[in-house]
Design a protein around this ligand. Sequence first.
Ligand SMILES: Nc1ncnc2c1ncn2[C@@H]1O[C@H](COP(=O)(O)OP(=O)(O)OP(=O)(O)O)[C@@H](O)[C@H]1O
Length: 687
Amino acid sequence: MSHTDDATLRLARAPYPSADQALTDNAALLGLLFAWAEYGWIRDLDAALAHRLAQLAPEAEPAGLLAAMLVSHQAGQGHLLLDLERARRAPESLLAVSRDDGAPPPPEALIRRLPAGWADALRRWSAVGEGPGNTPLVLEDDHLYLRRYWRHEQQVSRGIAARLTPAEAVEPAGLRPVLDVLFPPDRAGAERAGSQKLACALGARAPFTVITGGPGTGKTTTVIRLLALLQVQAISERGAPLAVRLAAPTGKAAARLSESISGQIQALDALALPHAVQVQAAIPHEVATLHRLLGARPGTRHFHHHRRNPLALDMVAVDEASMVDIDMMAALLDALPPHARLVLLGDKDQLASVEAGAVLGSLCARAEAGHYQPAISRWLAAATGMALPAALEDSHGRPLDQAVAMLRHSFRFDDASGIGRLARAVNAGDSARALAVLDDDAYPEVQQQTQGLMTLALDGTGRPGGCGYRHYLGGISAERPAAGAAKADWDRWAAGVLKAHAQFQLLTPLRTGPYGVDALNPRIEQALARAGLIARPARAAGAQPNPWYEGRPVLVTGNDYSLKLMNGDIGIALAVPAEFNREDAAIILRVAFPAGDGQGGIRWVLPSRLQQVETVYAMTVHKSQGSEFVHTALVMPDAPSPILTRELVYTAVTRARQTFTLLSASTPVVEGAVRRRIARQSRLFTS
Ligand SMILES: Nc1ncnc2c1ncn2[C@@H]1O[C@H](COP(=O)(O)OP(=O)(O)OP(=O)(O)O)[C@@H](O)[C@H]1O
């Protein structure tokens, strides 16, 4: 350990330096940063960054080191930058600290004392640059960035801006006949599909399009029809289809999209599309994860495909784009050849990725009101035969607005559906209406209860479509194939168990605390064991507990390419013969995962090969993104927390296909959550 480290650690202990001392002396400041890290107010990483920069560029001033720590902390919170002026005006919004007696002076005490010319101290520091270069930090207009995020924000802005204007003007009259085949104007319900038709037209106009919409608004249907439209054009004009790939940020999301596209592609059969056979063959049936598409290099941030080795594609469509962070979006744009189209699909109101950058949210910030320029509105009318509502027009519409389409009608949750109503009330921040829907007997599929967590986890709501975990655990022994059965029988059985398991999922916002996954999972396990639904292995004296037993549901928490398992995959441990087709085979535990082949195939994996898995009776709402369950229950903690936001509640509600239960003992906590919004700081398309 170096001399500075010794001094820093000594200073990290009480008595702490005062705020004024820390702002005049680097060692005092660094000591305080490490003390804050010990208190859990910031990450060790945030303090360590300031410490490292003080070593690398020793002319640093305390105000600069404080800013370096804060920009790192901001990145940990999902923000791309630190807005210096905003931080000075409202320091308490940056960091949530709970103080006790003897705690060090809090960050806000220092930030409040910073002078208005805070940025000047940064400009004098060699660790800070004003644009391209290789300084660790970048300062632009009083916004401080870690260089990586500055670079990625630039790449994403440039990559998208370059695709906002069509390389050649697209004749709307040329699109109209095919759009009318895909969305017949005289068919009943044509109006409900109106925003889908407009989205397809916009997608054919420019090389970049965002299609956003809530659950069941037809994002998948629309992208398949957009692909059909583009392939008809390509085959007619150049005699060959476009090279297209579909992708999603997680394995789970990719598998779910793979399942639904086959049906959508088949549905094209009913339409009299030109070049129908070629068009259908040219729409991909498989969906890759973005990591696979770009060729992730394990253990690095680098990809096989990039600017100098671009993807050999004409188009990529990415589903569940709300989960794509700034790094991945920058990597994707870097790997796309300049001519290639990019279509992003997702629900703008869902939680953003855990990592920094809410790219889809930023792109869709103005989607509700359209902001289509009059010329684009006329172009759309000519392409679709539909007039755009006047409320969506804006003569000052920005170029990005012209590339964003919002699907406005849910085919799954119409006005009569409790889930639809609840989701809309949450999205509008109307907690009174949300609570009223939960309370209203007219919507039995959405309910709130204040207690009975274990009954809910085991037995559900007691109504059809509202089951708990007893449902799938009971099916394991009831449906088990006879000894000596063929592999296909075991596969079918496991597929049935996985399907039954997907009927119910308990969600929680948190990892830690009494309502976090870390506490809930063992509690539920105990309750299931007491009810005789699972049999956990006895713990041998002195041995580590064995977490594996038949029925254990596990969530994969990191990609494992050798096992073809992706972050977010769910498997269930089942007792199966070590060799299929043999009556005398020993029985062992294997974990059944869906093979994701669209045929209901199973991938069997030995528990010992699974390095990154956790029990998943309770799952965080973040991890549930990209998945859906027939019955979803959300457990709310009984104390307010900045983690409890509108986006989080909306994401949980929209994971339910049929039934949603809110378990909450505190109405103010629910009200606070529905009112609180996540505001991710970035400058992506803010002007
Ligand atoms: N224009 C339409 N006419 C009739 N039914 C439609 C139309 N568009 C979508 N649907 C139906 O609505 C349901 C949801 O559509 P789809 O899966 O495309 O939506 P999504 O937005 O991708 O859904 P998710 O929330 O699952 O991501 C499907 O059953 C689909 O067949």
